[in-house]
Design a protein around this ligand. Structure first.
Ligand code: GTP
Length: 474
C-alpha cells in the first residue's frame, strides 16, 4: 500500500513538473516573441532618430550658435565689409564643422560663401533674401536643390543695437541622409516624409511625392488622408495610427522636430512585421513543441521505469527476492486459466527456530536466502517458486503429475540436506520437509495448499527431512 502511494506521488510529481514545464515553455515563447518584436521595432526606429540627430539637429544647433557669434557680428557690422576676412571666417567654419556656410550682408548687399565665392544680392535674382528679410521671425529652414537635396538654414543677424545686419546660413547636403535612409528602407521597408507646419511634404522617400519641383504636395492630397482627417482636425497626433494604402496596412510613427516645426512621418508596412511575428512565433512554437515531445518521451520512460520498479517490489519478497503470496496467487490463476493441471510442493525448513535461537536472527536470514537461491536454481523455467511464509516456501509445477512432483521434491530435499551455509567461521546445515499434492481441478490455491500442508505435516510427523504427498482434495 505504501509503495502504491509512493508510486502515485511520483506520478503526480511528474505530472506537476510536466504542467509547470509546459506553462513555463509557453510563457518563455510568448515573452520571447514580445522581446523580439520590441527589439525589431527598436532596431528599426533607432537609426532614424540617430539620422535626424546627425543630419538635421547638428546643423541646427551650429546655426543657432553662429547667429550669436561676436566675431561674425563684428565682421558684418564694420563700416566697410572686409570680404577676405568674412571668406576666411566662413572657410574656417567649413573646415572644422564639415558644413557649408554663407553670410549675406545687408550693408554690402552681397553673399559670401565658405567655398570662397560671392555674389551680389540683387532683387529679382536672389529672391529668398528679399522675401525673408521682411518676413516675421529670425529663423528659416528650407529644402532646396531637388537633384541634390539640401537643407538650408537661414538666421537673421543683428548688432547690439538690434539693427539688422543680414543673414548667416548653413547649407547641408542631405545626400548622405538619403543614402542611409535608403539602406534602412531596404531592410525595414519604411517610407519617410518630412511635413512642414502647413502640412506640406518637404521631403519624402516616395519619389512620386517629390515629382514636382514648383509645388509642394500637401498631406491632404494623399490617398490615405481621409483615414486620418478626423484625428488631424481634433489636433491629435498621428502616432501609431493604422492606415491602408493600396490594400496594404501601414503603421504611422510621428516624430515632431520642434526647432524646425516639422513633423517626420514613418510609414511602416505591417505585412513584413506580420511575417516577422509569424516567423518568430513558428520558431518559438516549434522549440516549445520539441521540448514538450522530449518531456513526454522522458516522462514515458520514467513512468515505465517507475512502474516496472514499483510493480516488481510490490510482488517481491524483500529478503529473498522470490515471488510473494500475491504474485504466487496471480501465477496460480494464470496456470489454471491456461487449463493446465499442476503439482504444488510446500517446503518448510526443519527446526528453523533453533537456528535463530542458536546462531541469531541474521544467521536465520542467511539460511532463508541460501535456501531460496537453491530453490530458484532447482526448478524449470516455467515453474514458480515463492516464499509462502516465514521459513516456508512453495513450488508450482505446471504440467507436472504427482510422481514427477514427488521426484522433484526428493531431488530438492537431497540438495538442501547437502547444502553448506557459511556463517561467520562455521558452516550450517539444514534439512526441510516437503508436502506434495496434485490438482487438475479449478479450485482455489488456498485449498490446494491446505492439502499440501497436510502432507507436510505428515512429513514433519514422520521425523522431518522427508517428502510426503496427498492427493485427496476432499
Ligand atoms: N531469521 C528469520 N527467522 C524467521 C523468519 N520468518 C520466520 N522466522 C522464524 O522461523 C521460526 C519458525 O519456527 P517454528 O514455526 O516453530 O518452526 P520450526 O522451528 O522450523 O520447527 P518445525 O517447522 O516444526 O521443524 C520462528 O521462530 C520465526 O520467528 C525470517 O524471515 N528470518
Amino acid at each position: 500500500m505504501r509503495l502504491i502511494k509512493s508510486f502515485q506521488r511520483s506520478m503526480f510529481l511528474l505530472f506537476t513538473i510536466a504542467v509547470i514545464a509546459l506553462g513555463y515553455g509557453f510563457y518563455l515563447a510568448i515573452s520571447h516573441i514580445v522581446v523580439e518584436q520590441s527589439r525589431i521595432h527598436h532596431q528599426s526606429v533607432a537609426p532614424v532618430f540617430s539620422l535626424i540627430n546627425e543630419e538635421l539637429m547638428y546643423p541646427l544647433h551650429v546655426s543657432q550658435t553662429l547667429a550669436h557669434s561676436k566675431e561674425l557680428k563684428a565682421l558684418m557690422n564694420a563700416g566697410t565689409i572686409d570680404q577676405a576676412a568674412i571668406a576666411a571666417f566662413l572657410a574656417d567654419l567649413e573646415k572644422h564643422l564639415d558644413l557649408s556656410f554663407f553670410a549675406a550682408s545687408e550693408k554690402a548687399l552681397r553673399q559670401y560663401n565658405s567655398d570662397g565665392s560671392s555674389f551680389e544680392l540683387t532683387p529679382g535674382k536672389v529672391e529668398w533674401y528679399f522675401n525673408l528679410r521682411t518676413s516675421p521671425g529670425d529663423f528659416f529652414a528650407q529644402l532646396g536643390q531637388r537633384e541634390d537635396v539640401h537643407l538650408f538654414l537661414d538666421l537673421k543677424v543683428y548688432n547690439d543695437d538690434e539693427v539688422f545686419l543680414g543673414f548667416v546660413g548653413i547649407g547641408k547636403s542631405l545626400r548622405q541622409f538619403w543614402q542611409k535612409f535608403k539602406e534602412h528602407k531596404q531592410v525595414f521597408g519604411y517610407d519617410l516624409m518630412f511635413v512642414n507646419n502647413k502640412g506640406e511634404i518637404l521631403l519624402s522617400s516616395d519619389e512620386d511625392l517629390m515629382a514636382s519641383s514648383n509645388r509642394l504636395v500637401s498631406l491632404q492630397e494623399l490617398s490615405w488622408y481621409g483615414q486620418v482627417a478626423k484625428q488631424l482636425a481634433r489636433g491629435e497626433s498621428l502616432n501609431s495610427s493604422l492606415i491602408v494604402i493600396d490594400n496594404e496596412e501601414f503603421l504611422l510613427s510621428e516624430i515632431y522636430i520642434d526647432l524646425l516645426d516639422w513633423k517626420l512621418y514613418l510609414l511602416s508596412p505591417l505585412k513584413s512585421r506580420k511575417a516577422d511575428i509569424t516567423r518568430t512565433f513558428i520558431i518559438n512554437a516549434s522549440v516549445v513543441f520539441v521540448l514538450i515531445v522530449l518531456l513526454f518521451i522522458l516522462g514515458h520512460f520514467l513512468i515505465r521505469y517507475f512502474a516496472r520498479h514499483f510493480l516488481q517490489t510490490l510482488h517481491q519478497d524483500a529478503l529473498t527476492g522470490l515471488a510473494n503470496r500475491s504474485l504466487i496467487e496471480q501465477s496460480y490463476e494464470k496456470i489454471i486459466q491456461a487449463g493446465d493441471a499442476l503439482s504444488v510442493i510446500l517446503i518448510d525448513i526443519d527446526h528453523f527456530k533453533s537456528i535463530n535461537d542458536n546462531f541469531g536472527h541474521n544467521a536465520g536470514d542467511q539460511v532463508i536466502k541460501q535456501v531460496s537461491d537453491l530453490l530458484k536454481q532447482s526448478i524449470r523455467e516455467h515453474d514458480v517458486v515463492g516464499r509462502w511464509g516465514g521459513e516456508e516456501f512453495i513450488l508450482l509445477l505446471p504440467g507436472a503429475n504427482l510422481p514427477l512432483a514427488q521426484a522433484v521434491a526428493e531431488r530438492v530435499r537431497i540438495l538442501l540436506a547437502t547444502l553448506k551455509i557459511d556463517h561467520v567461521e562455521q558452516q550450517l546445515s539444514v534439512t526441510a520437509s516437503f508436502g506434495v499434492t496434485y490438482s487438475e481441478l479449478d479450485v482455489e490455491l488456498k485449498k490446494v495448499v491446505a492439502v499440501a500442508d497436510k502432507a507436510l505435516y505428515q512429513a514433519k510427523a514422520q521425523g522431518r527431512n522427508k517428502v510426503c504427498s496427498l492427493l485427496n482434495l476432499h
